[in-house]
Design a binder for this molecule. Structure first.
Ligand code: PGA
Length: 261
């Protein structure tokens, strides 16, 4: 049995509040018929409250793209979990490779953020993934294991059960170069093994593992058919209602046909 897919849109630093409202209104209409997919959209902070109003009475969830690890304090320029909750968020992306690469976030900080998110009942979508150089040096499994161990591997059972993990190979993000379904599945089954070894199969098998990196309508099906790919974290293709809605439809169809056979 496949899990109900989770499709999350990461809008990155795109869309003003009014542009975000327009996009989400179109998406809301397009996703009207979807019942078997958990949909999450993660606009920039400045659009969260406005988008949250549009999402009221819908099944689409709101998420943020980052958060600081303290609930409040003198941390100029940062955003707290209570602020995100107040803006209507249920999810938060943590440890995205762009945060790691450009803002020097490391696994120790990401681990603190994950614990804070859980404490404030936000569902963290924790990103892991290797660079091209690391893959070419055949270190990709080691890199992902270290990220896993240091950012989430220390969590207790009741906490890990609330986490979503996204495998996003850095070389596939925004490049149009998707990992092949086999490459993605290989890493997903490795992460599943790490989870199962640490937390037991019952919990390990329940945790949603998303793939991210140039997910598009035409590659969604082949990725989603893989046994350990439970959804997608979509960047560029989530900025247009039409392509994001198509990805959601593809995920729904793959899930429904997979569970019929
Ligand atoms: P992309 O981004 O779909 O544009 O490759 C994915 C991400 O960074 O989450």
């Amino acid at each position: 049995m496949k899990k109900r897919p989770l499709i999350a849109g990461n809008w990155k630093m795109y869309k003003t509040a009014s542009e975000a409202v327009t996009l989400v209104q179109t998406l809301k209409a397009a996703a009207h018929t979807v019942s078997n997919v958990t949909i999450v959209i993660c606009p920039p902070f400045t659009a969260l409250s406005e988008v949250s109003k549009v999402l009221k009475d819908t099944e689409i969830h709101l998420g943020a793209q980052n958060m600081y690890s303290a609930p409040e304090g003198a941390f100029t320029g940062e955003i707290s979990p209570t602020m995100l909750k107040d803006s209507g968020c249920r999810y938060v992306i943590l440890g995205h490779s762009e945060r790691r690469q450009y803002f020097k976030e490391d696994d120790i900080l990401i681990h603190e953020k994950v614990k804070t998110a859980l404490k404030y009942s936000l569902i963290p979508i924790v990103c892991v993934g290797e660079t091209l150089a690391e893959r070419e040096a055949k270190k990709h499994f080691d890199v992902v294991k270290t990220q896993f161990d240091d950012s989430i591997g220390g969590l207790e059972k009741e906490d890990i059960s609330k986490v979503v993990i996204a495998y996003e190979p850095v070389w596939a993000i925004g490049t149009g170069k998707t990992a092949t379904p086999d490459q993605a599945e290989q890493m997903h089954s490795y992460i599943r093994r790490l989870l199962n070894e640490r937390y037991g199969q019952e919990i390990g098998n329940r945790i949603p593992l998303l793939y991210g990196g140039s997910v598009k309508p035409d590659n969604t099906k082949s990725l989603m058919e893989k046994p350990n790919i439970d959804g997608a974290l979509v960047g560029g293709a989530s900025l247009k209602a039409e392509s994001f809605a198509q990805i959601i439809q593809e995920a729904q169809q793959t899930y429904e046909s997979g569970n019929q056979s």
